[in-house]
Write a protein that binds this ligand. Structure first.
Ligand SMILES: Cc1cc2nc3c(=O)[nH]c(=O)nc-3n(C[C@H](O)[C@H](O)[C@H](O)COP(=O)(O)OP(=O)(O)OC[C@H]3O[C@@H](n4cnc5c(N)ncnc54)[C@H](O)[C@@H]3O)c2cc1C
Length: 393
């Protein structure tokens, strides 16, 4: 391992994660994919080994690892052909409670999230009519005595059916009554176990990937006022404060995917003989893989630079967003090269390539689309007019 590998110190984490993943090969994921089933055994194994409590401080029962180490965990899951999307939110969604919750909320929830007995997998921000324009969301939470009453609809809320708790962003002050457009939204930590069938309905959405994503409907759902996280009206900034770490962690997953595709593609190119020679002897097959390898290495460097900046206490918005975009592009380029290298076999389920190909496509859109990252870089770095957000309206 090179001295220039900034993740070298996490070699034991890589090995531990790879050991867990070894028990969940292609057959396991193919079967789940066909049944559109949740990878419960895989998630339980990660919980048992403590990986999903990685970022929770030790005083609350977690491992207290930094973002770089946590990124290595997710990268390694994907590099081994598995998929962390079923559970990665358990790792970072709790950050909202950790940073902005009361001591009572932290003591009540974090130990359970750390040991997996409480599943905080769901993050309810996106709505059908507002999309990326979060400040236009319409779900309301209105104070009524010791409760808030929630009405509205969320969409693409992943893992809600497999989650005990959900971080919910809702409007507590009407948009036309706030002095700043970023005010008036609040964050709640709500208990889905009590609410399902009692004001909350969760409906699965069938998608091109096995992602357990859903629509969530709120119809006069009563939640205790104690579910409010931080101050009422400041929820938008709380959600934003968690986005850099989320972008970096997702980017690390993309790097893991890219490495999986590149290994799979190169192995096949060495083995598959056509016209009396391995197809990998042809530059037409080599070059797309080599180019994707180069782009993956460049993206990997910025991902771990962004993580190191975050760990040193900086707020690397530009680096985190750039990392997410470049890593998503690198994984998609590697996916394309790998599938093309496999020819017709790239379409056969038993090779896993088509499944990973579908999964890798998501990161061009979620959790933030490539265009919106470009909008952000154009504005923040290049000083171009803002083309998104409240200033545009
Ligand atoms: C499988 C899946 C899982 C998800 N999980 C969750 C979850 O758990 N919780 C959650 O809250 N959300 C989740 N999302 C939602 C995800 O974050 C959004 O889909 C994403 O942010 C894009 O929003 P949208 O789909 O409404 O697209 P829109 O905002 O409608 O945008 C559509 C297209 O227009 C482009 N666009 C929009 N505005 C501009 C602009 N100003 N300039 C240039 N281009 C623009 C976008 O880039 C995009 O390509 C998930 C989505 C998917 C597909």
């Amino acid at each position: 391992m090179s001295a220039f590998d900034v993740t070298a110190e996490y070699a034991d984490i890589r090995e531990g994660v790879a050991n867990v993943c070894a028990g969940f090969g292609g057959d396991y994921w193919q079967d789940l994919d066909a049944r559109r089933a949740y990878p419960k055994d895989f998630v339980d194994a990660l919980i048992r080994e403590g990986y999903l409590g990685a970022m929770i401080p030790e005083e609350f029962g977690g491992s207290g690892l930094n973002l770089s180490a946590s990124s290595v965990i997710l990268e390694e899951i994907h590099r081994n052909g598995c998929n962390a999307a079923a559970c990665h939110a358990q790792m970072y969604t709790m950050g909202t409670v950790l940073r902005h919750g009361t001591e009572e909320q932290k003591a009540k929830y974090l130990p359970g999230i750390a040991d997996g007995s409480l599943r905080l997998q769901a993050f309810g921000v996106t709505e059908p009519t507002s999309g990326t324009d979060t400040l236009a969301l319409k779900t309301t939470a209105v104070r009524d005595g010791d409760d808030y009453v929630v009405n509205g609809q969320k969409i693409w809320i992943s893992r809600a059916e497999h989650s005990d708790l959900m971080v919910l962003l809702a409007r507590t002050t009407p948009r036309d009554q706030v002095s700043k457009k970023t005010e008036g939204l609040s964050v709640f930590l709500i208990d889905l176990r009590e609410l399902r069938g009692n004001g909350v309905e969760i409906r699965p959405i069938k998608t091109m990937i096995n992602h357990a994503t859903t629509e969530v409907f709120f119809d006069n759902a009563r939640i205790p006022a104690s579910s409010l996280v931080g101050e009422e009206g400041r929820g938008f900034r709380y959600i934003l404060s968690g986005m850099n770490s989320e972008r970096i962690l997702i980017a690390a997953e993309c790097i893991g995917d890219a490495k999986w595709f590149l290994k799979k593609g190169a192995d096949y190119a060495r083995e598959r003989v056509v016209f009396g020679a391995p197809i990998g002897a042809n530059q037409g097959v080599q070059f797309p893989l080599a180019k994707a390898q180069a782009h993956m290495m460049a993206a990997e460097a910025i991902v771990y630079r962004a993580a190191a900046m975050y760990d040193s206490g900086l707020n690397p918005g530009v680096e985190a967003n750039t990392a997410k975009m470049l890593a998503a592009d690198a994984s998609w380029e590697a996916a394309e090269a790998c599938l093309q290298t496999h020819g017709g076999f790239g379409f056969a389920e038993e090779y896993d390539v088509e499944r990973k190909f579908r999964e890798a496509r998501l990161y061009q859109v979620a959790p933030i689309s490539t265009n919106l990252i470009l909008c952000y870089i154009a504005e923040q770095v290049l000083g171009l007019p803002k083309s998104y957000g409240p200033q545009r309206a």
